[in-house]
Design a protein around this ligand. Structure first.
Ligand code: FAD
Length: 387
């Protein structure tokens, strides 16, 4: 498998054509109005983009992780809000059910999700973001029914989803061992979306609180074993980080494309901006960093598909790509100067607001550094033990 194979180039062209035609025309409007583009869900599902990580057996399109990363990259290149909606639904909503669900759960929830009804992922709580082990939401079991109480915040597609995978404390065991996960359906008594976030960027994506007020969850909706929720979510985030990296890469590429076009088209005192060495070198640095990020993301994607442990690699990809994306967007605004600072005129400013959030979601840059450094130490100690 080589990411420069014709197969992947053709796939990218197909996604790009769809993204340019259907998604790009909405990008400015949904950002300005903070409007979730519900009208895109069916067309996206019809093309298979809302079931990319699920096999055809359960209604998915069964793409490779590399194809999934390319798709998220291409959608984010024109619209970060659409990028995160696709990424969160596939990696965080569908994937845990696909990976850890029973046959009944997969048959019940995956086909609807792949057909365009969104599935959300509720881990973060006020006071339990990076420290997800500090979950306060509680689930108590009585006569084959769990009762959930608590709240989640910053949940992508919290208002628009038809189901959600959420974590709750099911015992007082210390740390992460007492956490389990559940599949909840919209419309169940006591399960309600809460206040919508007024976000810096990704404003066309739906981010809101989720509240659980004595929600009755049948035992058959417990996902995996009791106490296994934390491990599941860590694995889910390992995969999700590839898609957040791909989002940041697409956004950074969008910033570069915008800056190149501007620099070639604009003249100042007889020289095109692109002929000025100060600008040209910035463009060169942007492309170099984006290519490096692309390599890390595709490598992690290919490792996931090959069954090679990739936890540190997806953290490398997410950490590097999100910081590169932010640098590229800031450089693009600098190259565009006044035009770059005007809201809504060129995409650079929207990209800068969108890509900054890629440094936070699915683990901040600091958390990625923790994952990477722990992995490094573990590998070193394993080598010592072998020798
Ligand atoms: C656009 C967007 C979409 C999101 N979607 C979802 C979603 O769908 N589902 C969901 O569950 N969550 C979602 N989140 C929440 C996200 O995962 C959390 O915001 C993130 O994990 C950080 O948590 P926090 O905001 O509580 O920050 P905190 O954990 O409070 O961190 C604050 C600061 O302290 C640093 N820090 C914290 N702990 C450590 C440590 N041990 N060592 C070093 N530094 C540390 C952090 O890096 C950060 O700089 C989303 C967030 C965003 C921005």
């Amino acid at each position: 498998m080589n990411f420069w194979d014709k197969k992947y180039q053709e796939f990218r062209e197909k996604v790009r054509a769809f993204a340019e035609e259907r998604v790009a025309p909405l990008a400015v409007e949904i950002d300005e109005q903070q409007r979730f583009p519900i009208e895109l869900m069916k067309p996206l599902a019809d093309e298979g983009y809302l079931g990319m990580v699920v096999s055809k057996k359960y209604g998915g399109s069964g793409f490779e992780t590399l194809e999934y990363a390319i798709a998220v990259e291409e959608f984010s290149r024109v619209c970060g809000s659409t990028g995160i909606t696709i990424a969160a639904h596939n990696s965080l909503g569908l994937w845990p059910i696909y990976a850890f669900g029973t046959e009944e759960q997969k048959r019940k929830y995956l086909p609807r999700g792949c057909a365009g009804e969104l599935v959300a992922f509720g881990l973060t709580e006020p006071g339990a973001g990076s420290d997800a082990g500090g979950t306060k939401t509680r689930a108590v079991l009585e006569d084959d029914t769990w009762t959930l109480n608590g709240s989640k915040c910053w949940i992508t597609s919290a208002s628009e989803c038809y189901a959600a995978v959420v974590t709750a404390k099911t015992s007082d065991e210390p740390g992460s061992r007492g956490i389990s996960s559940f599949i909840l359906e919209k419309g169940w008594d006591g399960f309600t979306p809460g206040k919508k976030e007024n976000k810096l960027g990704l404003r066309g994506s739906d981010t809101a609180f989720m509240h659980f007020d004595d929600v009755k969850v049948p035992l058959e909706n417990q996902l995996g074993e009791t106490g296994g929720g934390f491990k599941q979510f860590m694995k889910t985030l390992d995969g999700g980080r590839i898609s957040i990296g791909a989002m940041a890469l697409g956004l950074g590429q969008g910033a570069l494309d915008c800056a190149v076009k501007y620099a070639v088209e604009q003249e100042a005192t007889g020289l095109k901006l692109s002929e000025r060495q100060g600008v040209a070198f910035q463009l060169a640095d942007m492309e170099t960093e984006l290519e490096a990020a692309r390599g890390l993301i595709y490598r992690a994607a290919m490792m996931k598909d090959e069954g090679i442990p990739y936890s540190a690699n997806s953290a490398h990809a997410k950490l590097f790509a999100s910081e590169v994306g932010t640098r590229c967007a800031a450089k693009a605004i600098g190259i565009l100067e006044q035009a770059g600072a005007r809201v809504g005129e060129y995409p650079a400013e929207r990209i800068w607001r969108d890509v900054k959030l890629c440094e936070i979601g699915e683990g901040t840059s600091e958390i990625q550094r923790i994952v990477i450094s722990r992995n490094l130490t573990k590998r070193y100690l394993e080598t010592l033990n072998k020798s």
